[in-house]
Design a protein around this ligand. Structure first.
Ligand code: IPE
Ligand code: MG
Length: 218
């Protein structure tokens, strides 16, 4: 979800209003996904590097998150949307950690899953999985399959398509392990402007690709 800050600048607004507009886009995109039958949506909301931003911006983002959690609870339950968080959640305030855990519990078992990456880093996830594996005392050969069980959300399938908005063409530490065979789609549009038409363009591009996963189709 990149480009909130530049969107705000373009509209001569403060950065935080860009993040607020971005939260609305997330709400819309979640519903587009449901309409077309997508079962999982993972969004990069806050990276392990984002802590380096100004105090005001970090606390504004955390507040936005907490209000997203509160204001969406009813609708998530009603629409059977499961809420999940991946990332180093112990970096977050205890209050936010509790709010997240409560919402995860209340929304468990839905038929669509919204995964929010918070204080998330792909390298951090791999390091954390390695530590968890070492601590688990699991015996036997370490394979990709056994290792991946120690990632933050082993029950969530790898993404088919990853969209990055705002014209940046890099992966910035997002789902490093899980994206090994994902299709990437880059668009210049800032996240708050990512509307239904842009979403359809991304899906259309995805549908034209041939995915071989390293194999050959005859
Ligand atoms: C993305 O928007 C949202 C978060 C990282 C929380 P940015 O804040 O990165 O927006 P730009 O890149 O400054 O435009
Ligand atoms: Mg950015």
């Amino acid at each position: 979800m990149d480009g909130n800050g530049r969107w705000a600048e373009k509209h001569r607004k403060v950065r935080l209003s860009g993040h607020r507009a971005g939260a609305e886009t997330l709400d819309n995109v979640m519903h587009y996904c449901r309409e077309v039958g997508i079962k999982y949506l993972t969004v990069y909301a806050f990276s392990t590097e984002n802590w380096k931003r100004s105090k005001e911006e970090v606390s504004g983002l955390m507040k936005l998150l907490s209000s997203f959690i509160k204001s969406k609870e009813k609708i998530l339950i009603k629409e059977r949307i499961s809420f999940r968080v991946i990332g180093r959640r112990t970096d977050l305030s205890l209050k936010l950690q509790r709010e997240i855990a409560a919402l995860e519990k209340k929304t468990a078992g839905g038929d669509f899953t919204l995964v929010v990456a918070l204080s998330y880093g792909g390298r951090a996830e791999i390091v954390d999985a390695a530590k968890a594996w070492a601590l688990s005392g699991e015996k036997g050969e370490l394979t990709e399959e056994t290792f991946s069980k120690f990632l933050y959300a082993p029950d969530i399938p790898d993404p088919d398509l990853i969209i990055r908005t705002s014209g940046e063409c890099r992966t910035s530490n997002f789902l490093m392990w899980e994206s090994a065979y994902s299709e990437w789609y880059f668009t210049d549009v800032y996240w708050p402007d990512f509307d239904r038409a842009e979403f359809d363009k991304a899906l259309e591009s995805y549908s034209r690709r041939e995915r071989r996963m390293g194999g050959r189709l005859k």
